[in-house]
Design a protein around this ligand. Structure first.
Ligand code: BMA
Length: 335
């Protein structure tokens, strides 16, 4: 291994060996979650999985047969075959009252100090970020929203950096948001958030991320900086296309981009990515490293399925370095 992983690792992740030179390769038996997976749920996609005890837990975006998204818990021994709870997560506020938003989608889960923080897009006078914490995936305490509407794609870093928790997010609008960059906010207590800094802007020379970008899975700490996947979107005459990009952020000041790949690492090509409820969507929500540097990536495909892809920490970092492109003022502090 060329680069060191400083984040927590898991040695029982699902994995298949690569067959070519691609930076990311798909699981041969994709998708792992198909349509109508459980009674009353039409589609599960854009979902976050984490190692838990000797298996895996996940927070899944489940769309019911009224086409309303909410979050459900899933469990698995092997990270591929999941069983799901038959009810939405019953979030409780800090004073014990139920908090069940009208919709909830696109969860990311980050483990910080043995607790699991879920950040998702919630309804609160328009779309904004919801935040909750659990230790057992049975009880979820909802913390107050970290940001104002409208905002999406929130994801926390797995530890405090220079004394503060760090949250990535994308400011948006009330609809399908034809714009958007990634920002960083910080907090000493997960309650008061500020010092909002610009991290990355959409664009670059290529077209695939020309419309908007949004944070992906919880960043992984490495000797080179914070390794993160994100989604980049372009607008075609037939709608948006969501691809996956890779970036390495500065270790001590993650509002600075160190390396950002000018080309995507995965774009919709397979039938389960190009055909579905919303065609042409690859939307990464979790990435788990093993101690020997392998990676499993969980991504939503075509707003219809959950799919798996694999890579290694060395490959992704080298890809970002070899295809590095400085976009705008991304490498600056962003304040
Ligand atoms: C975005 C989000 C994602 C979705 C994507 C494509 O705005 O809603 O959940 O995957 O659109 O429909």
């Amino acid at each position: 291994m060329k680069y060191q992983i400083l984040s927590e690792t898991c040695d029982w992740i699902p994995y298949e060996k690569e067959e070519g030179d691609d930076p990311i390769w798909r699981y041969s038996l994709n998708p792992i979650i198909k349509r109508n997976p459980i009674s009353g749920i039409a589609r599960i996609f854009n979902s976050a999985v984490v190692p838990f005890e000797d298996g895996f837990k996940g927070v899944f975006r489940a769309e019911d047969n009224r086409t309303l998204p909410h979050l459900i818990v899933g469990s698995s021994k092997d990270g591929i075959n999941f069983t799901f709870e038959d009810h939405a997560i019953d979030f409780k506020d800090e004073d014990g009252k139920s908090f069940n938003p009208y919709y909830a989608y696109d969860p990311r889960v980050t483990k910080i100090d043995n607790k699991y923080y879920v950040c998702w897009c919630t309804e609160s006078y328009g779309p904004t970020l919801g935040l909750a914490v659990t230790e057992d995936f049975l009880h979820f305490t909802r913390l107050e929203n970290p940001v104002l509407p409208f905002n999406r794609n929130g994801v926390l870093f797995p530890r405090k950096i220079n004394g503060t928790y760090k949250l990535l997010s994308r400011v948006s609008d009330n609809g399908h948001t034809p714009f958007g960059d990634i920002f960083l906010s910080e907090s000493k207590d997960l309650v008061y958030w500020g010092r909002h800094r610009h991290v990355m802007e959409k664009g670059g020379e290529g077209w695939w991320e020309s419309l908007k970008i949004g944070g992906g899975p919880a960043p992984i700490e490495t000797s080179e900086g914070w390794l993160m996947l994100y989604h980049g979107v372009c607008n075609t005459c037939n709608g948006f296309v969501y691809s996956i990009g890779v970036v390495v952020l500065d270790h001590d000041e993650p509002s600075k981009v160190l390396y950002r790949s000018s080309s995507y690492v995965l774009t919709p090509e397979k039938d389960y990515e190009t055909v579905g409820f919303v065609p042409n969507v690859c939307f990464p929500c979790s990435m788990i490293p093993s101690s020997d540097g392998r990676l499993v990536i969980y991504y939503g495909a075509a707003d219809s399925y959950v799919a798996l892809a694999f890579s290694t920490v060395d490959k992704l970092i080298d890809y970002a370095k070899d295809h590095n492109e400085v976009v705008g003022k991304d490498h600056e502090l962003g304040r």
